[in-house]
Ligand binder design. Structure first.
Ligand code: EPS
Length: 379
């Protein structure tokens, strides 16, 4: 059973839509849960005034009844309040770093308006809503996923999540950076964002996503396409402005010895081995190994600067400053929410692939049977 999501919609069009297909019947779907995710996605230091205009709320038009999935494809909508698409001016001077120029070259056009309307991170509202359905499914199976901000422009605001990720989520949601680190570091990063705003500049950073309760053995080592790491990497790289992804120690693993890096295998409860550490980030050989999954995604500074960078008018080929569009100073705190959502969706996709099931209860029973078999064989 393949779980799929597609979104449609432009940043200033009338609405965003998503279709999610492949969910089992009987999985809880709460509008309050999804709207809380949408609200978190809109919040955070560095967001544009647009976020005060929009009040993102999900409306289901298919696949959900009485707070449960029916097993049919799910359709949802989020209305835009700023729906000025038709009257917005053409964009002939592409912004360096944005999709504008590459999109104009892709389509052979001199007005990038249609490109930037779709490449805008506004799309992530529909994606977060669709992915939240998968997150609720995972939670019903005891799998929890949390995204939080690790750094802003190099300032470390990382803090370790609580063992109970739901407690960490409450702490994360209280932080305007969506971070778990100490208050002084967070205050420094907030001040840095204010400085960048004053200077008409933008900032990047890193977010971390942690998943607990993931059954061991999701994914597969046999082919690149079966690897959990392939899917998770693609899910994160598919988010606007993400330029790099790490699993576990990631690039940091290149500067330590193998003897320091690899997580020793130790005797564990009921015969199933445990691990001495988790530098692998819960994934070995493209499969979940039963430890928490830990991923990081790097986001570049946003490409829309109030201090416009040099560009070219695509109609004349002459130098001209890039078009200035309203934008965020940084979207890193918001990426924490989006990254959490897409990771949850990808994990749910692998749960569906591995365990199938037409109803949530069937999926739950299949996971239990898998765990019982591992205990039987190794215990
Ligand atoms: C975005 C620019 C800003 C952001 C927008 C993404 O929009 P506007 O130009 O209308 O101010 O606020 O993000 C959202 C609206 C959203 O909901 O995420 C861009 O250029 O990508």
């Amino acid at each position: 059973m393949e779980l799929l999501i597609e979104t449609a919609g432009e940043s200033h069009g009338p609405m965003l839509s998503a279709i999610v297909a492949g969910m089992p019947a009987g999985s809880p779907v709460s509008e309050a849960y999804i709207n809380a995710r949408l609200k978190a996605r809109q919040g955070g230091a560095g967001a544009s005034p647009r976020q005060r205009t929009e009040r993102d709320e999900v409306h289901f038009t298919a696949g959900v009844r009485d707070g449960r999935t029916t097993g049919n494809p799910i359709a949802l909508q989020i209305k835009n309040r700023d729906k000025t698409y038709e009257s917005l001016p053409p964009v002939h001077t592409p912004r360096p770093g944005h999709a504008d120029l590459a999109g104009a070259l892709n389509r052979g056009i001199t007005d990038a308006r249609d490109v930037l309307e779709r490449s805008s991170a506004r799309e992530t509202a529909a994606r977060v809503a669709g992915c939240a359905i998968a997150a609720e499914f995972l939670e019903a199976l005891g799998i929890h996923v949390l995204g939080h901000t690790a750094t802003i422009h190099g300032i470390e605001v990382h803090g370790d999540p609580d063992a109970d990720l739901e407690a960490a989520r409450a702490r994360r949601d209280e932080s305007e950076l969506h971070a778990l680190g100490d208050a002084d570091a967070q205050a420094e990063a907030v001040a840095r964002i204010a400085e960048a705003k004053k200077a008409g500049d933008t900032l990047g950073g890193i977010v971390e996503v942690v998943a607990t309760g993931v059954p061991a053995g999701l994914g597969g080592h046999e082919r690149p396409a079966t690897k959990l790491s392939t899917g998770l990497g693609a899910a994160l790289m598919g988010v606007q402005a993400v330029k790099g992804v790490e699993i576990g120690l990631g690039f940091g693993s290149t500067t330590v010895l193998g003897s320091e890096l690899h997580d020793v295998i130790v005797p564990g409860e009921s015969g199933v081995p445990g691990r001495g550490s988790n530098n692998a980030g819960g994934i070995e050989g493209g499969m979940s190994n039963g430890e928490p999954i830990v991923l990081r995604a790097a986001m570049k500074p946003l490409a829309t600067l109030r201090q416009a960078l040099p560009s070219v008018d695509l109609r004349t080929g002459e130098a001209a400053p890039a078009r200035v569009e309203r934008s965020d100073v940084t979207a890193v705190p918001r990426l924490a929410i989006v990254a959490e959502a897409v990771v949850a969706f990808e994990l749910a996709r692998h749960v569906r692939r591995r365990f199938g099931g037409a109803h949530l209860d069937e999926v739950r029973a299949a996971i239990e049977a898998h765990r019982a078999r591992i205990r039987d064989v190794l215990g």
